[in-house]
Ligand binder design. Sequence first.
Ligand SMILES: [Zn+2]
Ligand SMILES: [Zn+2]
Ligand SMILES: [Zn+2]
Length: 155
Amino acid sequence: METTATTNTEPDWPAQLRAHALRVTRPRTNVLRVVQEHPHASADEVHRQVRAALPEISVQSVYVVLADLDRHGLIRRIDVPASPARYETRTGDNHHHAQCVRCHRIVDVDCVVGSAPCLTPGDAAGMTILSADVLFRVVCADCRENGPDSGIPHR
Ligand SMILES: [Zn+2]
Ligand SMILES: [Zn+2]
Ligand SMILES: [Zn+2]
């Protein structure tokens, strides 16, 4: 089945979907394309972009598609405190994130270890550690240039 023309850099999403025994649908391929083009987008942002190709799609449908893709490991969901979940297609490398406390931008930070868990507590007290979610709180270079007076929010 022919779908839209793909660029050289874009993964073959229909093939990826089939590899996970998922039906190839336009909502799924469009959501994957948008998440690939806009790493760390929220569901609302994904919806806004996908609507350009699929004007009728509801935000609820986008949530369902995102949850399906996340469950199959085609995308990764990132939970950020006090902010909607974000999504990205960079999966499987256990990378971490840094969020600017001023502009809320999220950027990738490579994991030195590369597999979970890359941190273990001093005393695991008999627990099996599956993963360690690390979110660096930072002031990004752009915001730092805007001066120290822009104010780091208290929390
Ligand atoms: Zn910033
Ligand atoms: Zn990321
Ligand atoms: Zn790590």
